[in-house]
Each structure stands twice: as structure tokens, then as C-alpha cells.
Design a protein around this ligand. Structure first.
Ligand code: PMP
Ligand code: GLU
Length: 395
């Protein structure tokens, strides 16, 4: 008999974290590994943000804060939503957590009941389906096809919604595809969702600032303001400000749901770190040129890796408008090899043969693909590409 709860027994460890840890272990053993697995900016947190944290420690801001976050950070978030997204929220609509990951988790626990279904468009970030299961609900995977840029269409959404559907998770720019929903595409999805009043929308905008598409960035509520009373906008400082380790994420949504999520947080982690919250205030209120510099660098790397992957026989890398992941299909290469069955075996093979660590597409609901994070220096990326090319083209 298992000693572990059924709830936990049915979920997988996070594939991104597992693969990242495995690469770290191999490196610690002295192996020469180029890791393109973990999705976190390789830049240091900008100086003025680090200084704000040091000042907070010196000023004694080292105690528990309000469960839902400090008034200063809430105000900075309200101003951020107004400035960047033309959205207006009240302090009671904001909840600050230990990373956007906890924001999403709080949402699932506060909203979902046994028997509920959550539409998770694939390719999806690895944690969504398992978070749904941890909240005792069922993920309904809706595949966005390559023909539609890996995005779901209004018709597909219409065909998937049913009386058990309680939530849909939208993520743009997407981890892992980097694809971005346009205002029109969001509007079409909204026209379907308006007919289903029980369904909430979680809009994960964590890669909002790592975006280089034509036109300004559009969040779901810009296209569908009529769904404000059942939309939760999720964001954080991890990606935009290179602050993954500080663990600050936040959300904005309807007051009753935010209060319920605050109750979950009050009984689980109390509050986010006081020092990190002070740093996040400096990130959101301070100069924003660091965000643009990092975005430009990510775009430069994207242009390199996109072209370089497409030059490798049997590999096809779609273009994209944001985030920091390439998500090529290796199906052509897999079809040419009898000894490598699928993307999971391919990722292990590349680790062994080439010393390059990637995440298999199956972990994102997209077999045949690999995810390569280009949150790494150009030299590092060039080395990775040269190793992959050599392994793949060797006879
Ligand atoms: N959403 C997506 C799509 C992500 O890739 C990540 C990456 N960690 C998160 C949410 C959570 O970010 P964090 O908890 O660091 O704020
Ligand atoms: N979101 C990043 C990734 O997809 C970090 C790891 C994680 O939290 O899953 O690699």
C-alpha cells in the first residue's frame, strides 16, 4: 500500500525542474553539459532592485507582511496594470504570492471542486495539468495544432466546453511555443466563453515583457472587458526583471475569489517574503530600461537559434513572438532513426551523445518536439547548436 496520498500519487514531478536538476547533478560530477532546459533568465537581477532589498533588510522590513501583500507593492502592481495593460483594479482585487506558480495554485484550490474540468490548451506549461489534479479536478487537454500556430480556435473551444468546465488557462506568450494570441483571437475565444457563465479564465501573462511581435501586447481583458468578473490575470517579476529566486508573483481578479485565494494563502504560506516584496516595488516602480535591454537580447538570441535549428536536417523550428524558448519538432529526424523512438529518448540521447540538456515535448503535451531555453549567452547557444548538429548529422 502506498504511504502517499492519492492526490499526490497521481501527479508527476515537474519535468522542467527534474531535467534542470539532472543537468546540475551531471555538471557537479564534472560532466561537460550545456543545459538549455531550465526556463530562467541568465541575467543578474538589476542593481537598483538588489539595493532596494538590502535597504529593506537594513530598515528592518524582515517580519511577516499582510497575507495578501504590502500596501506599497499592491499599489505598484495597480499602477503597473494601469500603465502597461490599461486595466484598473482596487487593492482588494490583488493577491501577492510566492511566485506566479503559487498564484496559479491558490486559484485552483480556491475555485475547483471534484468533478470540475479545466481546459488546458496544449502545448502547455508542464505544471498546469498537475496543479489541476492536485486541486481534485480534471484537466481537459485541448491541442492547438501547428497549422494554427499551436493556438486554440474558437470552434475548438466551443466543442470542448461542457457543463463540467469551470476554468480555462490561457498563456501568451506561451511557454513552450512563444506564440502570442492577437486581440482578435482573444475576442473570438471571449465570444464563446460569454455563453458559458460558470467558466472562469486564468490569463497567465508572465512572459508579457518578453515580446517582440508587431503591435502592442494584448492581455485577454483588453479584448474581452465584458469577462472581467470571471477573469484572473496572473503575472510576476521572475521573467521580466530576472528575479526567479526572489519568488514574487501576483494576480488580479474578482474580489470574492481573491479573498478566497487569500484564505488559502493565509493557511499555507502566510505571505510572500517581506524583503522580496520590497525589491519587487523597486522593480515595478523603478526605471524600465533593464526590461527592454533583456528583451532585445532575448530577441537577438531567438533570431540566431531559430535560424540555426532550421538549418539542421530533420528539425523544424516555428517562428514566434516572445518568451525565451525554441520549440522545434524533431519528427523528421526521429522518423529517420530506428534506434530513437520518441522525444523522451531523443532528449536522453542528446544528453548522452552531445552533452546538451533539453526538455522533451511530451512533458508539454507535444510529442516529437524538444524545448530549448535560450535564456543563455550567445556563446553557450552556439556551442549547444554545434553539438546538436554534430550528433544529428553523424553517420
Ligand atoms: N507560468 C509560466 C508559463 C511559467 O513558465 C512560469 C515559470 N516558472 C510560471 C508561470 C511561474 O513563474 P514564477 O513562479 O517564477 O513566478
Ligand atoms: N517556468 C520555468 C520553466 O518552464 C522554470 C521551471 C518551472 O517552474 O517549471 O522551465
Amino acid at each position: 500500500m502506498t504511504r502517499i496520498s492519492h492526490r499526490v500519487d497521481q501527479i508527476k514531478p515537474s519535468a522542467t525542474i527534474m531535467v534542470g536538476m539532472q543537468a546540475m547533478q551531471l555538471k557537479a560530477q564534472g560532466k561537460d553539459i550545456v543545459s538549455l532546459d531550465f526556463g530562467e533568465p541568465d541575467f543578474d537581477t538589476p542593481e537598483h532592485i538588489r539595493e532596494a532589498a538590502i535597504a529593506a533588510i537594513r530598515e528592518g522590513k524582515t517580519r511577516y507582511t499582510q497575507v495578501d501583500g504590502t500596501p506599497e507593492l499592491k499599489q505598484a502592481i495597480i499602477e503597473k496594470f494601469h500603465r502597461d495593460n490599461q486595466l484598473n483594479f482596487e487593492p482588494k482585487q490583488i493577491l501577492i504570492s510566492n511566485g506566479a506558480k503559487q498564484s496559479l495554485f491558490n486559484l485552483m484550490v480556491a475555485l475547483l471542486n471534484h468533478g470540475d474540468e479545466v481546459i488546458v490548451p496544449a502545448p502547455y506549461w508542464v505544471s498546469y495539468p498537475d496543479m489541476v489534479k492536485l486541486a481534485d479536478a480534471e484537466p481537459a487537454i485541448l491541442v492547438g495544432t501547428a497549422e494554427h500556430d499551436y493556438k486554440i480556435t474558437a470552434r475548438e473551444l466551443h466543442n470542448t466546453l461542457n457543463e463540467n468546465t469551470r476554468l480555462i488557462i490561457l498563456n501568451s506568450p506561451s511557454n513552450p511555443t512563444g506564440k502570442v494570441y492577437t486581440e482578435n483571437e482573444y475576442r473570438e475565444l471571449g465570444e464563446v466563453l460569454i455563453e458559458h457563465p460558470k467558466v472562469f479564465i486564468a490569463c497567465d501573462d508572465i512572459y508579457e515583457h518578453i515580446y517582440w511581435g508587431n503591435g502592442s501586447y494584448c492581455t485577454f481583458l483588453n479584448a474581452c472587458p465584458n469577462l472581467t468578473d470571471r477573469t484572473v490575470v496572473i503575472n510576476g517579476v521572475s521573467k521580466a526583471y530576472a528575479m526567479t529566486g526572489w519568488r514574487i508573483g501576483y494576480l488580479a481578479g474578482p474580489e470574492d475569489l481573491v479573498a478566497a485565494m487569500g484564505k488559502v494563502q493565509g493557511q499555507s504560506t502566510s505571505c510572500a517574503s517581506s524583503v522580496s516584496q520590497a525589491a519587487a516595488v523597486a522593480a515595478l516602480n523603478g526605471p524600465q530600461d533593464c526590461v527592454e535591454q533583456m528583451r532585445n537580447e532575448f530577441k537577438r538570441r531567438y533570431q540566431y537559434i531559430h535560424g540555426a535549428l532550421n538549418d539542421i536536417p530533420g528539425v523544424e523550428c516555428p517562428d514566434c513572438d516572445g518568451a525565451f524558448y525554441a520549440f522545434p519538432t524533431f519528427q523528421g529526424f526521429l522518423d529517420s532513426r530506428d534506434d530513437i523512438k520518441d522525444d523522451v529518448e531523443l532528449a536522453s540521447w542528446l544528453l548522452e551523445e552531445a552533452g546538451v540538456s533539453t526538455v522533451p515535448g511530451s512533458a508539454f503535451g507535444a510529442p516529437g518536439h524538444l524545448r530549448l531555453s535560450y535564456a543563455a549567452s550567445m556563446d553557450y547557444l552556439e556551442e549547444a547548436i554545434s553539438r546538436i548538429r554534430k550528433a544529428i548529422t553523424a553517420k
